[in-house]
Design a protein around this ligand. Sequence first.
Ligand SMILES: [Zn+2]
Length: 284
Amino acid sequence: MMNIIFAMIKDGSKLMKINPSRVLILGFLPFLTSLLFLSFTNNSATPTYRIKTIVIDAGHGGKAVGALGKYSSEKKVTLQVALRLGKAITKSFPDIKVLYTRTSDVFVENASRTNLANKNKADLFISIHCNSMPASKANRTSIKGVESFVAGFGRIDEQDVAIRENADILLEKDYKTKYGGYDPKDPESMIIFSLMKNQFRDQSIKLATLIQNEYISSGRLDRGVKEQNILILQRAGMPAILTEIGFISNPEEERYINSEAGQDEITQNIVAALHNYKKQVEIE
Ligand SMILES: [Zn+2]
């Protein structure tokens, strides 16, 4: 971004033959004035912050089926849990507007999911997914537990969940042009959206941790809060988390995440975490 600004200033100075430092000062003058204005007018007002909008993202959908269990698919479970969560949030927090990235079994491109949140200036982005062990692994059916992710910006090597959750973009039209040739299956790939540090990292970790705590209190096995290069989280302009609600490859957890009681417990866990999160971040 700064490079673009400098390039613009450079171009402008060449064309108009004006001293670059003058362009710099003139260019930033409105910004400086507004800063001064704000510092004089906002001194007496107490800042307030309330969570107004939450985007709930049901992972995968349509031709992107996600992980498969013995009898169920990730895209079906995530949609059920997302809709249930939306209803529970509306019931607990009537003032919060809930938006969904999908409400039926349709394919939704990665960018349109975050665009929805960014355009609506959402306060939180919550993505629902199911975990899975690859069929080749001997421990495929025994591994279980819950883990939640926030955007990471490191190398993608060994980031199994990032590679799996980013793979849907291969199903998008012209994905190579859109993502600059980025291949989520290439372990050497460096993420291309990691230019900026995620300014919402602390709040994202806060929410992810609170959600994990609630899962643990319901007796779930804790796999922790992790940072991975998950595209959908990196593009969100607000605190964003991706929660893996259980392993669809584990028969016991597949039953749980498909059951009404299990889905209800998961959504209540997330709602309880939101209560605590609100207490920590909202300013009355
Ligand atoms: Zn997924």
